[in-house]
Design a protein around this ligand. Sequence first.
Ligand code: NAD
Ligand code: ZN
Length: 359
Amino acid sequence: MNRLRITGYEVVVAPAALDRLPELIAEVAPAHRYAIITDENVGSLYGERVRGSLPSGTALLTVPPGEGSKTRERWAELTDRMLESGFGRDSAIVALGGGMIGDLAGFVAATYMRGVPVIQLPTTLLAMVDASAGAKTGVNTPGGKNLVGAFLRPAVVVIDPDVLRTLPRRQLAGGFSEVLKHGVIADAEYFQRIADEGAELLDPNSSHYSGIIQHSIRIKGGIVERDELERGERMVLNFGHTLAHAIEAATGYSLLHGEAVGIGMVLESRCGEEIGVTERGTAARIAQALRSLGLPTGLTGEALAETILNATRTDKKRRSGELRLALPARIGAMSGIEQGWSTAVPEALVEAVLRDPSV
Ligand SMILES: NC(=O)c1ccc[n+]([C@@H]2O[C@H](COP(=O)([O-])OP(=O)(O)OC[C@H]3O[C@@H](n4cnc5c(N)ncnc54)[C@H](O)[C@@H]3O)[C@@H](O)[C@H]2O)c1
Ligand SMILES: [Zn+2]
């Protein structure tokens, strides 16, 4: 069993950890009652197993799968169900699922009776390497992704890589976008190793997962330790995400978050190359790594460019006439330390790159 620490809470990575929940949460999140929040897919695979291991009185609350459930309406419904079932201040929430559930259940926990503990049990690679640690929770609104939310440190994050065996391959591949992002941000060797191994990593029985998950959490955790509330350095974790969020919204959430992040990293790197802060060839290397994992590297269509640009206009990071992007200097290092870890990019340039990524 491997234990990592981020800002005061533990991330435990261990095969079969799901069967050891009581011992893992007893000290850090003792509660009178637990509410497991999950989606229908994960609930049908693991819901009863997790409920069975927790004290009697534990409820299993299920929402439909997919990004469409990460809304204020589902937050209200879950909150109401907990109130009706008599959950008090001495309850704790178990977020069992991918990043969608982590964000939604985390936000329920952050607000339920002014806040109850949340235990994160991530079940997708994306949630294991990125979403579950870092204390961000929230929901989407019609205006954009993650626009309403709160910071809530999990009481503990319990990662059981064995559950990846049931994760669809497309979802597994999508998680590698965030892994590649960690490489671009902080570790060129790590990036290259993932790029070289490519599709071999998509074997769900691969023994590599524990190591990859821990390495990524160490990179992300180091950044979160230095800047938990995203006043500065943590912005580097948004690399690829300003355009990814706009792409997700513009395509009606038909792309996976990880797929949109991959495309966003290519496009944002292209912008960085054009304004001279990113080493030439960075976007091409990222695109190649994505291709080796079977991930998309771009989008086509003039109309889409317009829609994506419009969607960036509601992004939290926007200042008028320009976008502020967290950009790499090269694979393994970010630029913009002097300007608060992000760089102003003229909207006209972003539009040109969106219309023709090869400009
Ligand atoms: N809070 C953060 O710091 C942070 C960081 C990155 C991403 N996110 C958020 O995470 C979300 C995306 O997360 P995701 O990619 O995990 O998607 P997801 O939670 O929607 O899960 C993807 C799909 O996989 C299914 N699934 C999950 N685990 C499974 C398993 N073990 N076996 C079989 N099926 C399984 C789910 O039911 C779902 O259909 C987005 O909303 C994104 O904004 C948050
Ligand atoms: Zn992400």
